[in-house]
Design a protein. Structure first.
Length: 446
C-alpha cells in the first residue's frame, strides 16, 4: 500500500529539506509583511499621505490575502499543491519588486493587493503540503516549526529596514523582496507533489515513483510495486472540491470552530502587532528604545513556537491551542494595564510568546480537520475568513484611539476575543494528535 509505505518512512533529510523549503516561503512572506510596516512611516512623510491612505495601504494587502487564501486553496485541490505553491511565491515576490517602481499612491495599492494575494495563497497551501508528508507522530511538531519561520522573517524585515532604508531609501526594501522569485527554482527541483493529492486524482504511477524516490533518498530498501489499483475509494477520485462540502454534516462543526478561531486570532494579531510600535512609543519611550522593546517582544515569539511544537504532540492540538489562546488573553489584559517599562516589556513578551505559539498550532490543526480531497480548500477558506478580522482590527483600534479610549480598554477587547475563541476551540474542537490523516478521514466517515 502506497500510504502505508509513506507513513513508515523514517524521518530524515527529505523531511527536513521540505521543512526548510516551505519554511523559507514562510520567512519571505513574513519578511514582506514586516517590510511594509517599516516602510509606511517613510512613505507617509515622503508622499504626504493622510492617515486614511496609510490605513488603506495596510488593508489592501489583507484583502488580497483573504482572496488569495480562498482561491489558492481551491486550486491546490484541483491542480496540485506544488504548482500552486510555486505560482503564489512567484506572484508575491515579483509584485513586491513592482512596489519599488510605484509612481503614485494608486499604483502602490495595486501592487500591494497582488503581493497580498500571493502571500495569502502560499501560507495554507504550504501547511497542507507539509502536513501530508510529515509522519503522524511528528506532524504537529513539523507544522509548528514551519510556522516559526514567520518570526524569523519579521526579524529579517526589521534588520533590512533599520540598516538599509536610511542609507538607500524605501525602494531597497522592496527590491530585496524580489529574491523569493529565485526560490521558485528550488521548489521545482527539490519539492515533490503531495502523494495524497496524486492518489485522489488517480495518478497512481506518479505516486509510486515518488515513494520509490523517497525510499532511495532515505536509505530504505525498496520493493517494486506490482499493483496499480487505486489506494482510495473510487468516490474520492472524480469530484471537484466544492465550498458547500465544508458546511455538510461531517464538517459543519469543524468549519464553524476553525472560522471563529481564525477570525479571532487574526483579528487580535493584526490589531495588536500593527500598532505595537506606536503603542510603545505612546507610553513615552524614544524611537530607538521603541525599536529595542518591539525587537525583544518579537524575539519572544520563537520560544513560543518551540514550546507549542513540543506540546502539540504531548497534550494535543486542541488543548495546546485553547491554552495558548487563553494565556494570550491574560497577557493582553495585563499589557494594556502596564504602568512601568518593566511591566510593559514583560507582559508584551509573554503576549508574543503565547500569541505566536497559538498561530503555529492553528496551522497544524486546520489541515487535519478535512480529508485530502478538500484539505487545501478547507484550510484556504478558514485562513481567508480569518483575514477579515485582520482588515477590521487595525481600523477599529484607530477609531478607538480617535475617540480617546485608553489602552486598557483596547486590550480588554483583545483579551475578551482571545478568551471567547479559546472556549470555542475547547467546546467544538476534535483532537487529532498522532493519528494518520487516513485515520482522521475514517473517523469522519464513521
Amino acid at each position: 500500500m502506497i500510504l502505508q509505505r509513506l507513513e513508515s518512512l523514517p524521518v530524515g533529510t527529505f523531511h527536513y529539506k521540505l521543512l526548510l523549503l516551505t519554511g523559507l516561503g514562510w520567512l519571505f512572506d513574513s519578511m514582506d509583511t514586516g517590510l511594509i510596516a517599516f516602510v509606511l512611516p517613510v512613505l507617509t512623510k515622503e508622499w504626504a499621505l493622510t492617515p486614511a491612505q496609510v490605513g488603506w495601504i495596510g488593508s489592501i494587502g489583507l484583502i488580497g490575502m483573504a482572496l488569495g487564501a480562498v482561491l489558492a486553496g481551491t486550486l491546490a485541490d484541483r491542480i496540485g499543491r506544488k504548482r500552486v505553491f510555486s505560482l503564489t511565491v512567484l506572484l508575491y515576490s515579483l509584485s513586491t519588486g513592482m512596489c519599488a517602481l510605484s509612481w503614485s499612491y494608486e499604483s502602490l495599492l495595486v501592487f500591494r493587493f497582488l503581493v497580498g494575494f500571493g502571500l495569502g495563497g502560499e501560507l495554507p497551501v504550504a501547511a497542507t503540503l507539509m502536513s501530508e508528508y510529515a509522519p503522524a507522530h511528528l506532524r504537529g511538531r513539523f507544522i509548528v516549526l514551519l510556522e516559526s519561520f514567520w518570526g524569523l522573517g519579521w526579524l529579517v524585515a526589521a534588520c533590512i529596514s533599520y540598516l538599509l532604508i536610511p542609507a538607500f531609501g524605501w525602494q531597497i526594501a522592496f527590491v530585496i523582496g524580489t529574491l523569493p522569485a529565485l526560490y521558485v527554482f528550488l521548489i521545482r527541483l527539490h519539492m515533490p507533489e503531495s502523494i495524497r493529492y496524486l492518489l485522489t486524482k488517480n495518478r497512481i504511477r506518479e505516486a509510486q515513483e515518488v515513494i520509490l524516490l523517497l525510499e532511495k533518498k532515505l536509505g530504505v530498501q525498496s520493493q517494486p510495486f506490482t499493483e496499480e489499483t487505486p489506494e482510495l475509494p473510487a468516490k474520492d477520485k472524480t469530484p471537484q472540491p466544492k465550498f458547500t462540502e465544508l458546511w455538510s454534516a461531517p464538517f459543519r462543526t469543524r468549519t464553524a470552530m476553525l472560522w471563529l478561531a481564525w477570525f479571532g486570532i487574526v483579528f487580535s494579531y493584526y490589531g495588536i502587532f500593527m500598532w505595537l510600535p506606536s503603542i510603545v512609543y505612546a507610553q513615552g519611550f524614544a524611537v530607538v528604545k521603541t525599536f529595542e522593546y518591539v525587537l525583544i517582544m518579537t524575539l519572544a515569539q520563537l520560544p513560543g513556537y518551540y514550546a507549542a511544537a513540543w506540546l502539540v504532540d504531548v497534550i494535543g492540538r486542541k488543548y495546546t491551542l485553547s491554552l495558548f489562546l487563553l494565556l494570550s488573553g491574560v497577557c493582553s489584559f495585563f499589557f494594556g494595564s502596564a504602568e512601568t517599562s518593566t511591566a510593559l516589556l514583560a507582559w508584551g513578551s509573554a503576549m508574543s510568546f503565547f500569541n505566536l505559539g497559538a498561530w503555529g498550532v492553528i496551522y497544524t490543526y486546520t489541515p487535519e480537520q478535512y480529508p485530502t480531497a478538500i484539505r487545501a480548500l478547507g484550510s484556504g477558506w478558514a485562513a481567508g475568513f480569518g483575514r477579515i478580522g485582520g482588515m477590521l482590527a487595525p481600523m477599529l483600534v484607530g477609531v478607538m484611539l480617535g475617540n480617546a479610549l485608553g489602552m486598557n480598554t483596547i486590550f480588554l477587547m483583545f483579551a475578551s476575543v482571545f478568551v471567547i475563541i479559546s472556549a470555542v476551540v475547547i467546546l467544538l474542537g476534535k483532537e487529532s494528535k498522532k493519528k494518520t490523516l487516513e485515520e482522521l478521514e475514517a473517523a469522519l466517515e464513521g
